[in-house]
Design a protein around this ligand. Structure first.
Ligand SMILES: Nc1ncnc2c1ncn2[C@@H]1O[C@H](COP(=O)(O)OP(=O)(O)O)[C@@H](O)[C@H]1O
Ligand SMILES: [Mg+2]
Length: 249
């Protein structure tokens, strides 16, 4: 379902000097620097699998997510997601995936979450019946039924994340990418979200990749249907690959 071969991303940017003299220097002598964000990673995820990728800050998690969802072009390597090359951004591909980013608000801040849900319904052409069913089912499971008509900015972080996840599932994507979905949440809220994702995955067989900074294999286990996790970051970069690491005997 998802295959990644020798994926690589280097960012090129220019060194900036400050002050007037520095600004002039910037114009005439541009010094380019290269940052290696992702180095040669390969892995595959099968249909219905839920995989957790763990890595410290700066490991390249968000960059990987952006390449897998087609927001960024890679510097090298191949990616195929459900038969599509992500960065071609075909409409059919966009319909099949969904992204949840813990660090980014994708809902309209001043409107109730239900308005953002309705917008997603219209964008993806979800019919009225399915839309009603999804909202009923997911708001019940996530325990946010009473909050659907509250302005997003009035919600707690935990409540808002649940709404973000609900919004991402309105069009029933086959593939879900979650980038640190439980960041900043208390232990109980984290647990609830993990349990929801697990239950949803079991019922709908959605393929999911979850990127997280936590190294706790025990919590990762809840999220992984394959029984193993991947590590990345400096530790893995030194070997040139993300390594598959069995956390459980
Ligand atoms: N647009 C960019 N330009 C230059 N460097 C970047 C850019 N985006 C990310 N990076 C660098 O790439 C590395 C990986 O970043 P990121 O994928 O955001 O890591 P993570 O999500 O695992 O914390 C970091 O060192 C970061 O500074
Ligand atoms: Mg990140």
């Amino acid at each position: 379902m998802i295959t990644v071969e020798h994926l690589k991303k280097d960012f090129t940017y220019y060194k900036k000097h400050t002050g007037l003299k520095g600004s002039l220097h910037n114009i005439f002598h541009r010094e380019s620097l290269t940052k290696e964000a992702v180095r040669d990673i390969s892995f595959s995820v099968g249909k219905g699998e839920m995989i957790g990728f763990l890595g410290p800050n700066g490991a390249g998690k968000t960059t990987t997510l952006k390449m897998l969802s087609g927001i960024l072009y890679p510097t090298g390597g191949k990616v195929e997601v459900d038969g599509y090359v992500p960065w071609e951004r075909k409409n059919e591909f966009k319909r099949r995936i969904s992204i949840v980013m813990g660090q980014k608000n994708q809902l309209w801040w001043d409107l109730p979450a239900s308005d953002s849900f309705y917008l997603n319904k219209c964008i993806f052409g979800v019919d009225d019946g399915s839309y009603r069913d999804i909202i009923m089912e997911l708001s019940e499971l996530l325990d946010v039924k009473e909050l659907l008509n509250v302005q997003v900015r009035r919600l707690s972080l935990g409540e808002r994340m649940k709404m973000e996840i609900l919004a991402a599932l309105i069009h029933r994507p086959d593939i879900l990418f979650l980038d640190e979905p439980t960041i900043g949440l208390d232990i109980l809220s984290q647990k609830k979200i993990r349990e929801f994702l697990k239950a949803y995955n079991e019922q709908w067989k959605t393929t999911a990749i979850i990127w997280r900074t936590s190294r706790h294999c025990v919590t990762g286990r809840l999220l992984s249907t394959r029984g193993s996790l991947y590590m990345m970051g400096n530790w893995a970069i030194s070997t040139g690959y993300w390594e598959r690491r069995s956390c459980f005997p």
